[in-house]
Design a protein around this ligand. Structure first.
Ligand SMILES: [Cu+2]
Length: 173
């Protein structure tokens, strides 16, 4: 979408001049293409802006998922998670086992808007695709699901997926 970026920059430049005549001179097709591009470029920031104004004020529904357990069984508990698009969640991840585990759900992560991930005294903002939890670790993933679908969850540590450390995450409308 290099063309779009160029058009967008151009549009922002001419916005600084109050010259309607200039816009007219550009021709109708150019403007329509420009508006289509603006739509595309601004889609994600627009969603984020809406989220920050309304959705982020709603209390987060807490859901806890355990990566492994005290008996060192290789599984997620629970291994089936359900979320509603447009709601705010606090997914609490714990690792009560003596092994390191991952919470890996890349397609799911692409279908949500992450507000933050909190672990200890650190808060991480921005897109997250995978979390590694050392024995005894805890993390909180605060997000708003956006895209409905059924997504896979797994722990990619050698042997863990094969042993059944997998799960399913459903986002519905
Ligand atoms: Cu694991």
């Amino acid at each position: 979408m290099e063309v779009c970026k160029h058009l967008y920059q151009f549009f922002m430049t001419i916005l600084t001049f109050p010259t309607f005549a200039l816009l007219q001179a550009l021709g109708r097709n150019y403007i329509i293409l420009l508006l289509l591009c603006l739509n595309f470029i601004n889609a994600t920031p627009a969603i984020a802006a809406n989220l920050s104004s309304d959705l982020l004020k709603q209390p987060a529904t807490e859901i806890t998922v355990s990566l492994g357990n005290a008996a060192n069984e290789l599984k997620f508990e629970p291994n089936h998670l359900e979320f509603l698009a447009g709601k705010r969640y606090n997914l609490r991840l714990t690792n009560p086992s003596q092994l390191k585990h991952y919470f890996t759900a890349k397609d799911f992560a692409d279908g949500i808007w992450t507000q933050k991930v909190e672990a200890g005294k650190v808060e991480i903002k921005g897109a997250i695709h995978e979390l590694e939890l050392k024995p005894g670790a805890e993390a909180e993933w605060v997000f708003v699901p956006l895209k409905s679908g059924t997504y896979g969850l797994r722990c990619p540590i050698a042997g863990h997926t094969e042993a059944g450390m997998i799960g399913e995450i459903v986002i519905s409308n």
